[in-house]
Design a protein around this ligand. Structure first.
Ligand code: SF4
Length: 240
């Protein structure tokens, strides 16, 4: 019962559980360490840079680069050449980002905005990368991605994360997002999607059923994913 009272779910916990229930147990209950990949470190750097930049009262490209340098960390990179290549990639990304930002007529309302919502008897927590407000009073939720591949519309339309964010906006912040986008920073391309009430309800049902399974300690391994699992060398059920 204690676990139930304290239990909080999040998008990353749900996606880990849906990938493999045993992976959830290893990561969140047994605290098995997953080494950070270079791409994850780079993603953290860019997110931190944009959080710092949008917290400033002024904006200029030089200030954005200062935020980049202040956010940079070299741990996780394998050699100086890789550090150089990723640094240059990030700089190009931010140059494109700044140009688009200056052309946009929206106001950045929130960056890295945390929420704590109720889903049934559980808590759902998360952080939304950015919420903008337009002059006509409409709102947009923006989720940044830093990997090189731009997802297709089908994958974006099925994305659970944006459905959760839409739910959080309505239930915690008190407004319905009029637009939702994934911003692929490597290509400086925003891809928009919409979420119907039915899609948001379906996503919340998934969150509740995943929470129920976790609280009931249903952690059966899904060995169909072992070949792409980053815990394959630390898992006794692995068949890959
Ligand atoms: S190695 Fe296979 S069984 Fe083990 S956590 Fe990963 S996907 Fe699950």
């Amino acid at each position: 019962m204690k676990m139930r009272q304290n239990f909080k779910i999040s998008y990353s916990r749900i996606s880990t559980y849906l990938f493999c229930p045993n992976k959830y147990k290893l990561v969140y209950l047994d605290n098995v360490y997953i080494p950070l990949s270079v791409d994850i470190v780079f993603g953290h750097i860019i997110h931190k840079t944009l959080e710092r930049f949008h917290s400033l009262e002024k904006s200029s490209y030089d200030l954005l680069l200062e935020c980049y340098d202040d956010s940079w960390r070299s741990d996780g990179f394998v050699n100086p050449q890789q550090v150089f290549e990723y640094y240059q990639r990030g700089k190009q990304m931010l140059e494109n980002y700044y140009r688009s930002f200056k052309e946009s007529n929206s106001e950045v309302l929130y960056v890295e905005k945390s929420f704590d919502a109720n889903i049934g008897k559980y808590r759902f927590v998360g952080i939304i990368d950015r919420i903008d407000r337009y002059p006509d009073g409409t709102y947009e939720i923006i989720d940044y991605k830093t990997h090189v591949n731009v997802w297709g519309p089908e994958k974006i339309d099925k994305d659970l994360q944006l459905s959760f964010y839409a739910y959080a906006c309505r239930s915690v912040f008190g407004f319905n997002p009029d637009k939702m986008s994934i911003y692929f920073l490597s290509e400086n391309k925003k891809v928009y999607t919409t979420k119907s009430q039915g899609e948001i309800s379906d996503a919340i049902d998934i969150a509740v059923s995943t929470s129920e399974n976790i609280v009931a300690e249903n952690f059966d391994p899904d060995v169909s994913k072992c070949h792409i699992c980053d815990l394959k060398f630390k898992c006794r059920f692995c068949i890959a």
